[in-house]
Design a protein. Structure first.
Length: 94
């Protein structure tokens, strides 16, 4: 059974402090999102088994900003650059 987890990235002019968020995606996988630099965030995904992992980013109005699938992986790192987007609230759905 696939689990759906959302991590919300809030971009504001004053938010430059680094933070990390970790959460489970079910019994077999977990993720972590870490602020790397101004408006750049790294998603780290680790699972017990290889599978396809779909990543979608939505803006605060629910519009799909980016969507892609990483094929046959048990772990990966992906950096997302929000610097070209309007300041606001974005959700990363894994």
């Amino acid at each position: 059974m696939k689990k759906l987890t959302t991590f919300v990235v809030l971009l504001t002019v004053l938010s430059t402090a680094a933070f990390a968020s970790t959460g489970p995606l079910g019994d077999n996988s977990t993720f972590r999102v870490v602020a790397k630099a101004h408006d750049k965030y790294e998603l780290v995904y680790i699972a017990n088994d290889e599978s396809d992992v779909r990543i979608t980013i939505f803006d605060e109005e629910g519009r799909n900003i980016e969507s892609n699938t990483v094929k046959d992986v048990a772990k990966f790192r992906r950096t997302f650059d929000f610097s070209q987007l309007k300041h606001g609230k974005y959700s990363i759905v894994v």
